[in-house]
Design a protein around this ligand. Structure first.
Ligand code: NAD
Length: 339
């Protein structure tokens, strides 16, 4: 456990259980130098405790890097709640989790992430004010999608020489809160959509509303396209899957897309431009961080609009140094965090 914490420079790890509601939660605070640690709360089934801790630690580090590159006055932290096979009262479980956050006295601020909803955040808010993306503050997903859309434009510009998305073939894996909103924006910009989701209802909706082409889940990554946008869960890019890719660039919202950094080098060798996940998907964090500070929408939108330029800067450094944008972004983030 300590080796894992040291290798990712994690500040602290908090484990909580509540036998009454069945809550088993991990809160990983990666860095609180720039400000309180802010980051999403996942509610997912994990095969074992170690996988839940490893997920929280990895995500928390990414959250710190994301906040640093987005120029936000917050550090990175993440919560993972292990979804039980059966839950008596979901509301009571999230309220119990709210009490855990309250005990940290503002060192960690939570937000919506995979498997959690605005309603869950409202339950947490019954117990603590250190929560965002409630009904009152709003869902960050549309803002995350706006950021990814801007990032896809920057990626297309860098890789294909034009940010005109008309007729560009974009393959989206995962039509959830972010993926579907992104698909809508890409459709409005004239892109051709190839989509997959483990929920056939979402694919059907995208076909009917956006004219999207359905692709089998196991074929999406090897589908010929201009840009692949992973918008489901993380870890989709590994040595095996990268060898199958038939795209010019990867630019999507999913957290921790790379199974390890060597995969970024493999993408580079294959001539596939990779938009570092925590740079392109920072729109959600920008929204919740600024909203929590009481900023108004125009200020938030102005901050969001910088995502494309930030990516362009990372791509330029990467090209000049002939290195993967993932390595360049990591170094930039570490310099900002520990200067
Ligand atoms: P979500 O749970 O609403 O959507 C995920 C979607 O992916 C679901 O529709 C699910 O059925 C689908 N999916 C899962 N595995 C799949 C597979 N193997 N093939 C095809 N589809 C699959 O989550 P979300 O909020 O849309 O977030 C998507 C990703 O973006 C996550 O990795 C999340 O951490 C990240 N992200 C989200 C936000 C946000 O504000 N919601 C912000 C930044 C990053």
């Amino acid at each position: 456990m300590f080796a894992l914490m040291q290798s990712s420079r994690l500040e602290s790890l908090h484990l909580s259980v509540d036998p009454i509601t069945g809550l088993k939660a991990v809160i990983a605070i990666h860095c609180s130098r720039p400000g309180p640690a802010l980051g999403g709360c996942r509610y997912l089934a994990y095969p074992d405790d170690e996988s839940a801790v490893a997920d929280a630690v990895r995500l928390a580090q990414g959250m710190s890097y994301k906040a640093a590159l987005a120029g936000l006055p917050v550090g990175g932290g993440v919560a993972v709640i292990m979804r039980p096979a059966h839950v008596e009262s979901r509301a009571a479980l999230f309220e119990a989790f709210g009490r855990c956050i309250e005990q940290l006295d503002g060192r960690y601020i939570t937000a919506i992430d995979s498997g959690t909803s605005v309603a869950d955040m409202d339950c947490i808010a019954q117990q603590t004010r250190h929560v965002t993306s409630t009904t009152a503050s709003g869902d960050p997903a549309p803002h995350a999608a706006m950021g990814v859309f801007a990032g896809i434009r920057a990626t297309a510009m860098a890789r294909l020489g034009s940010d005109n998305l008309e007729s560009l073939r974009v393959a989206i894996q995962g039509l959830g809160n972010v993926g579907y909103a992104l698909a809508e924006q890409l459709h409005a910009a004239g892109a051709e959509l190839l989509v997959s989701d483990i929920d056939p209802g979402k694919v059907q909706l995208a076909m009917e509303q956006l004219g999207a082409h359905p692709i089998a889940n196991d074929a999406l990554l090897s589908t010929p396209c201009d840009i692949l946008a992973p918008c489901g869960l993380g870890g989709v890019l590994n040595s095996h899957s990268v060898a199958q890719l038939r795209c010019s660039a990867v630019a999507g919202s999913a957290h921790n897309q790379l199974s390890n950094l060597q995969v970024a080098d493999q993408l580079e060798r294959r001539g596939i431009l990779y938009a570092p996940d925590y740079v392109i998907n920072s729109g959600g964090l920008i929204y919740v961080a600024l909203k929590h500070r009481g900023e108004e929408l125009p200020t938030i939108t102005a901050h969001l609009s910088k995502i494309g330029a930030r990516l362009t800067e990372v791509f330029a450094h990467a090209q000049a140094e002939k290195r993967s944008p993932a390595r360049v972004a990591d170094e930039l983030a570490e310099r900002l965090l520990y200067r």
